[in-house]
Design a protein around this ligand. Structure first.
Ligand code: IMP
Ligand code: MG
Length: 181
């Protein structure tokens, strides 16, 4: 695989098997945590759709899927912290067990906004499942109940994550290598 981003080589950070086996584990853990209950997954567009599609097939309790579109202003690899809702939930979540499905918690600003926004709607419970966590970049502490992988300070693409809206359809997660291609 010799994909490049802006002329820089991309390496494989997490391959397809590694991602899929971790997601199966997360699905089992989530099913156990909510055993005997129902769950609403709030899938944060666009980056989380591949993760959510695979994860929900490993959850064996009744789930509802809801989507929330969020976008943060700023350059393509930086978060400004100013978050805009581009698509809201299709119905209320009051009294429901809600699990946010996110692709990555980077600065934490998006998740902080989302938790604040959703908690005002009075769900019975509100938890977070993120595929990736970049602790070195966190600017605010956000609670994370399930983390797929904790990663170093790499800019990553693939498996839902984009660079300039591209690369989301890769089956693996790649990162930009330092040396020039
Ligand atoms: P935040 O900085 O935690 O607010 O992250 C906001 C959003 O930036 C994430 O949900 C991703 O969509 C995007 N993002 C952060 N880091 C990366 C990355 O390494 N690759 C691609 N998108 C990223
Ligand atoms: Mg995102």
């Amino acid at each position: 695989m010799n994909t490049t981003i802006d002329g820089k080589k991309m390496g494989v950070l997490l391959d397809e098997d590694t991602i899929q086996s971790r997601i199966a584990e997360l699905g089992r853990e989530i099913s156990e945590a909510y055993a005997g209950q129902e769950l609403t997954l709030i899938i944060v567009l666009k980056g989380s759709i591949l993760f959510a599609a695979d994860l929900c097939r490993h959850i064996d309790i009744p789930v509802e899927l809801e989507f929330m579109g969020l976008s943060s202003y700023g350059a393509s690899t930086q978060t400004s912290g100013v978050v805009r809702v581009t698509l809201d939930l299709s119905k209320p979540i009051a009294g429901k067990n809600v699990l946010i499905i996110e692709d990555i918690v980077d600065t934490g600003l998006t998740m902080q906004y989302l938790l604040k926004n959703l908690s005002t709607r009075e769900p019975a419970s509100l938890k977070v499942c993120t595929l990736l966590h970049k602790p070195s970049r966190n600017e605010v502490a956000v609670p994370m109940d399930w983390i797929g992988f904790t990663i170093e300070n790499h800019f990553v693409v693939g498996y839902g994550l984009d660079y300039d809206q591209k690369f989301r359809n890769m089956r693996y997660i790649g990162h930009v290598l330092n040396e020039e291609a």
